[in-house]
Design a binder for this molecule. Structure first.
Ligand SMILES: *[C@@H]1O[C@H](CO)[C@@H](O)[C@H](O)[C@H]1NC(C)=O
Ligand SMILES: *[C@@H]1O[C@H](CO)[C@@H](O)[C@H](O)[C@H]1NC(C)=O
Ligand SMILES: *[C@@H]1O[C@H](CO)[C@@H](O)[C@H](O)[C@H]1NC(C)=O
Ligand SMILES: *[C@@H]1O[C@H](CO)[C@@H](O)[C@H](O)[C@H]1NC(C)=O
Length: 459
């Protein structure tokens, strides 16, 4: 976080963003008290929390009550929001609950945002129990005999795919884009304030997403089955190749799915990786919430985990489909995230095309290339420009094709406002606190075994 405070770019932010943007939205809201009760009820259901965790969650509830009662001044401009975000402690310092407390007490979770998050949580957009009666053209369970075996039923795998009512199945010439979420949250809420809002405004892309059961806190090998199936399902019901957009852990899930379900590679024309941890993270954040048990997915995302080593072996650290990866040096969750050692960077041993973009190098000293945290990249204008370029051309995005001038000088993607920045940052954190508490992992304190299909003779 210190990058922002010391960087010369900081004054640029202030001058470029001096216009106040009103916070306000009336979509899908519930009263904030819904979220507070949900947190309280989750706590009641847990017998095993230590006093320290209970005290922290109490602090969070107190902070939320202050927001409801109007005792916390909300940030009112993007400039203020960026300043306050830079004061939020990082997850290794404060833990997930500590980060949530900081967001709430620093005015980054205004009442309308908490209302939105409370409402969104109950929306069907987050369901992993969807009814999807349309069968793909040919059977995809499995699609090819080279694919790894599924351990989940086709019914459960298919139910995780969420098809928005307005989805056109490629009939309008728009390319289907599958959105894949990161650790702790379903796709519905993760992308609500960014790609779900931006994609419908385009004339070339149509969004659809996969909500992974247990919110990607479980074994990533389990989550990857949902991703592999979703890729082939969406391609199968639209008769076309699709684009895939993933955030954070979603990226290693996608890469794992592409590696061990090779049939899925034929279904994907482009993969946009946002804040990916293809090499895990050095930030040893073993337990999202201490003493509730370290969730398998978090253990698997350590820098040298067996999962990461297996994923990267046999050129799994190279793009398997044309891949555009975008990341931010001061990422507070995935580290290192600076070139040439960025965890988000992929090689190109398979020759399908890999474009790696660290935003600070793409727009040096300019707002879009400034301080950007992990989730924040979802609203970054460089991310969006890369998405557009990748989807509109064969192969991955190419920065040299993009007119960077107007892009570098924005802080948020055109079309997004303060609510979207705050929603993107706070919704995922607040929601994942509840999800991590609910998941309440009590299994072994070591990562799950590598499945047989991924064991090489050397292991
Ligand atoms: C999924 O939905 C069906 C009804 O459509 C219901 O019977 C079932 O209990 C639901 N399962 C879960 C896990 O929510
Ligand atoms: C997911 O959560 C359910 C409870 O909701 C549990 O029964 C199941 O074992 C979990 N799956 C994994 C892979 O952790
Ligand atoms: C895909 O192809 C099948 C068989 O040709 C056809 O029945 C179906 O309508 C097509 N779907 C779309 C969305 O084009
Ligand atoms: C997290 O914060 C601590 C204390 O400020 C700092 O030492 C550490 O470098 C930070 N980690 C990341 C990844 O920013």
């Amino acid at each position: 976080m210190h990058y922002l405070k010391t960087a010369v770019i900081f004054p640029f932010f202030l001058s470029a963003l001096a216009t106040p943007v009103p916070v306000g939205d009336t979509l899908a809201t519930r009263d904030s008290s819904t979220f507070i009760s949900r947190l309280e009820n989750t706590l009641k259901g847990l017998g095993s929390l230590t006093k320290g965790v209970l005290q922290e969650v109490d602090l969070l509830i107190g902070g939320l009550q202050d927001v409801v009662e109007g005792k916390t001044d909300p940030v009112t401009t993007i400039e203020e929001a960026v300043g306050s975000l830079s004061d939020v402690r990082n997850a290794s310092e404060a833990g997930l609950v500590g980060v949530a407390i900081d967001l709430v007490t620093k005015g980054l979770a205004p009442k309308n945002i908490v209302d939105l998050v409370s409402g969104l949580n109950e929306e069907s957009i987050n369901s992993f129990n969807n009814t999807n009666p349309i069968d793909p053209q040919t059977s995809i369970f499995p699609k090819s005999s080279s694919d790894a075996p599924y351990t989940q039923s086709e019914e459960d795998l298919r139910a995780a795919v969420y098809i928005p009512e307005k989805f056109k199945y490629g009939a309008d010439g728009k390319q289907p884009i599958l959105l894949v979420p990161g650790t702790g949250d379903p796709a519905g809420v993760s992308y609500y304030f960014n790609f779900e809002k931006l994609i419908p405004e385009t004339d070339f892309a149509d969004a659809i997403w996969v909500n992974i059961p247990n919110n990607s806190l479980a074994d990533i090998q389990f989550s990857s089955e949902f991703i592999a199936y979703a890729i082939n399902y969406v391609a199968g019901i639209t008769n076309t190749t699709i684009g895939v957009v993933a955030a954070s852990q979603g990226n290693i899930g996608v890469q794992w799915a592409l590696k061990y379900w090779p049939s899925a590679r034929d279904s994907v024309s482009d993969f946009l990786a946002i804040s990916a941890d293809f090499h895990g993270s050095l930030l040893a954040e073993e337990c999202l919430i201490p003493n509730t048990g370290c969730t398998p997915a978090v253990m698997q995302q350590e820098y040298d985990s067996n999962f990461i080593k297996t994923l990267r072996s046999d050129d799994g650290d190279s793009a398997l489909v044309p891949t555009t990866s975008v990341y931010s040096g001061p990422d507070e969750v995935v580290t290192p995230q600076t070139d040439p050692d960025a965890s988000g960077a992929l090689k190109n041993a398979h020759g399908v095309g890999a474009t790696n973009v660290q935003i600070q190098l793409a727009c040096p000293g300019l707002p879009a290339g400034g301080f950007y945290p992990h989730a924040g990249l979802l609203v970054n204008p460089i991310t969006w420009a890369l998405f557009v370029d990748a989807m509109k051309h064969d192969g991955p995005a190419d920065l040299s094709r993009i007119d960077l001038d107007p892009i570098c000088n924005r802080i948020l993607t055109e079309g997004l406002v303060l609510t979207d920045l705050l929603g993107t940052e706070t919704a995922v954190v607040l929601d994942s606190v509840v999800h991590a508490l609910e998941y309440n992992y009590q299994g072994p304190a070591e990562e799950p075994a590598i499945r047989d299909y991924a064991r090489s003779s050397s292991q």
